[in-house]
Design a protein around this ligand. Sequence first.
Ligand code: GLP
Length: 269
Amino acid sequence: MRVIIEKTAAQAELRTARIMADMIRSKPQAVLGLATGGTPVNVYQELVRQHQEEDLDFSGIKTFNLDEYVGLGPKHPQSFRFFMQENLFDHVNIDPAQTHVPDGRALDFDGHCRHYEQRIAEAGGIDLQLLGIGVDGHIAFNEPGSSLGSRTRLKTLAGETIRQNEKYFPEGEQVPRLALTMGVGTILESRSCLLLATGSHKASAIRSMVEGPVTAQITASALQLHREVTVIVDEAAGGWLERRDYYADVEACHQLLETGQLRALGIGN
Ligand code: GLP
């Protein structure tokens, strides 16, 4: 796991957007896994800016979102499909037919989820999966206790998740109790993962994910088993990491290597 600690949330968001933009530029037919929630909003805003001002080209890109609330159609303002249209898809030159979000109105849950997995496989798998993290350490909607081998499926939301997501719903409107979500196993098959977390309310989850044991109680900790994971946090979300000095040191060495300052690393002295 590569852990990058940026000073501010804005810097963490920008760094995340740049990694995604680099993927789009280096692989114009890339398959991106996308996330919703408050955390990635500014990441998408930066990608839209790069599309408008720097010709970032989405025409060959395919996307698969992590999850969707059961019962919400694409026109519902709190559905993740609506979120994606508003925050990204409507503002870039992506082919709408190549954007995939589980269908919250599907009633054949198992069939729909199997089909979703099939579409990911047919696309050649996900090149880069963007992730956020829940305060209880979940990724997508893989609540504590989810199998670390799980696939896309129907999931009952935990009380804590419902409470956390209430802020996105108008007062008095109920947060759905069920969701369709990629599984931990599905996410682990992505060729690379990029997890962004900002704010002190994520500090405990980040510490458990990065430095705690691999456990189904913190489904994000399964990312420790993946070979290509980058975690980007601001200082608030990284505040509980015990080894943060080491992570900063790794970044400093990376920087020196990338800029060819080998002598500073004791090479060729
Ligand atoms: C939900 C989503 C996750 C997201 C998490 C954190 O549970 N299913 O994908 O990472 O919320 O959301 P936020 O970014 O709003 O804190």
